[in-house]
Write a protein that binds this ligand. Structure first.
Ligand SMILES: [Zn+2]
Length: 280
């Protein structure tokens, strides 16, 4: 363990997921001198284009969107002081059911073994002590998030390393508060158009009952950093309501990041408040 710095690896699907899901832990652990590695699996080409133009609408150029989102991702990593950014550069698959799911090069149609082999190489290279990704539902059902989960769990099997492994989650109690704040800041949130409503996750199925959450990490002190990282991704419509909240409300609402510990070589007692509990 002494031959390298303690290392956190987060595996995410799209540019901006690192900020929403793990911006707090990335910033906090970087400040504690831990090496942070972000693996972003897709190029985000199915995101919003400049001016909020949606995929499939005229003027949406997937290549240009991917290039813009790459710059945003680099800016976000700067804010979060991510030590190493690794891009797998698969094509964003879009939401479940979109034609882009089956487009050539899409992450969703990439064989799990192929993605896993590439990620396993990165895991062997960085030898992370802690690996974070999504649960088997990709937190809210997005195909690229599900695929990120699958390749991560398969990649770990390909190495003989035994990091602590976590899936991001949210306590149900917070999801309720989150829904309230969404209505407060979302404006038309309660009355989305039917196509958008069909794509929205069912909030009651996201996250876990509070008592099942193993790991609560207080990142309130880094709420401003997380906010600024998300602000780097302001081109994406779904991030705007977070930004409307302002830093203070945002830090209050998003200040504690929660995880489910699924692999653990340390025996650290649960619940824990540190991803590196038992490692330092
Ligand atoms: Zn995503």
């Amino acid at each position: 363990m002494a031959d390298r710095p303690l290392t956190l690896m987060a595996v995410h699907a799209h540019p901006d997921d690192e900020a929403t899901g793990t911006g707090g832990v990335l910033a906090r652990y970087a400040a504690e001198g831990i090496r942070t590695v972000l693996v972003t699996c897709t190029d985000g080409r199915c995101g919003d284009g400049p001016g909020g133009v949606k995929p499939g609408e005229s003027g949406h150029d997937p290549e240009a969107v991917a290039a813009m989102r790459r710059q945003e991702l680099e800016a976000s990593c700067e804010v979060l002081k991510v030590s190493h950014l690794e891009l797998l550069e698969y094509a964003d698959s879009g939401m479940m059911g979109w034609a882009s799911n089956d487009a050539p090069g899409s992450f969703w149609r990439t064989p799990v073994e192929e993605g896993a082999a590439r990620l396993a190489e990165l895991i062997r290279h960085y030898r992370p002590d802690v690996v974070v990704t999504y649960d088997e539902n990709g937190f809210y059902g997005h195909p690229d998030h599900i695929q990120a989960h699958r390749i991560t769990m398969a990649a770990l099997e390909l190495t003989d390393l035994t990091p602590k492994v976590y899936w991001t989650t949210a306590p149900r109690s917070a999801m309720q508060r989150f829904g309230e704040v969404m209505r407060e800041f979302g404006g038309d949130w309660e009355d989305p158009d039917p196509a958008e409503a069909a794509e929205m996750p069912d909030m009651s199925e996201i996250g876990l009952p509070d008592e099942e959450i193993t790991t609560w990490v207080d990142t309130t002190a880094f709420g401003g950093r997380k906010f600024d990282a998300l602000a780097a991704h302001a081109s994406q419509g779904e991030n705007i309501f977070f930004l409307k909240m302002g830093k203070e409300r945002f830090s209050e609402l998003m200040g504690v990041e929660t995880f489910l510990r699924v692999k653990d070589p340390t025996g650290a007692a649960l619940p824990e408040n540190d991803l590196f509990a038992g490692l330092r």
